[in-house]
Design a binder for this molecule. Sequence first.
Ligand code: FMN
Length: 224
Amino acid sequence: MVKASVNCSSLHSPSEFRFLQIWCYFCVGFLSWASVSVAQVAVTTETHEMVRVLVTYHSLTGSTEKMAMGVVEGAKSVPGTEVTVKRVGDVTAEELFESDALIVGSPVYWSNMSGEVKTFFDNWQFKFGVFPEFKMQNKVGAAFATGGQVSSGKEVTMLTILAAMLGNKMIIVSEGGAFGASATTEGHSPGIDRQELTDAQTLGKRVAEVAWMIKRGTSESIKE
Ligand SMILES: Cc1cc2nc3c(=O)[nH]c(=O)nc-3n(C[C@H](O)[C@H](O)[C@H](O)COP(=O)(O)O)c2cc1C
């Protein structure tokens, strides 16, 4: 702390005193302007940071892929968000670790996630080396699913994806339904309808928003 003291007895005239008063006002004004400017620069720098969202999925007949594109669209709608979309088999360890958020989509296979998606998660241990350091810790995670029938495993599929994420200390969010975005693709509801696509977009958007909240919160706590 810098202390400034003025010996009033050394001031010879009212005009000198007036000059000192104006000088003090000027200094206070300048310091206020400078601190606001520095804060603005900090905010600008922060907003130039990117949030990286990785969307990955398995799809044989295109329905889950269509949902994935909706998720991508939603995530991209959040300014400053960089989105990568890949099939589960093509994701690299670098892409996984560089991401701030991961959204995984699967078709329902026998009331659960498909083998490809399960293999993706199983690879985290030996192929990607996620464990034992918990390298996915505090990244945002979310799930989406498509299934042929109305009630035949979509929720289990999303929950098992989320369970794998929780086991890796990720921060889970949902949107669309309680556990994520989902679509029924066969029987009386073939393909992906408008509402299902909207749910996928909303999921992507929310994940990007939460990833931003966490990224900003983390940088704030690092500053303290
Ligand atoms: C091997 C296999 C198992 C399936 N099991 C289920 C199931 O248990 N419940 C269900 O609702 N749909 C089931 N389906 C249908 C798919 O989940 C559905 O068609 C899905 O939308 C396909 O996604 P895709 O077009 O992205 O490949 C199964 C499909 C296959 C190929």
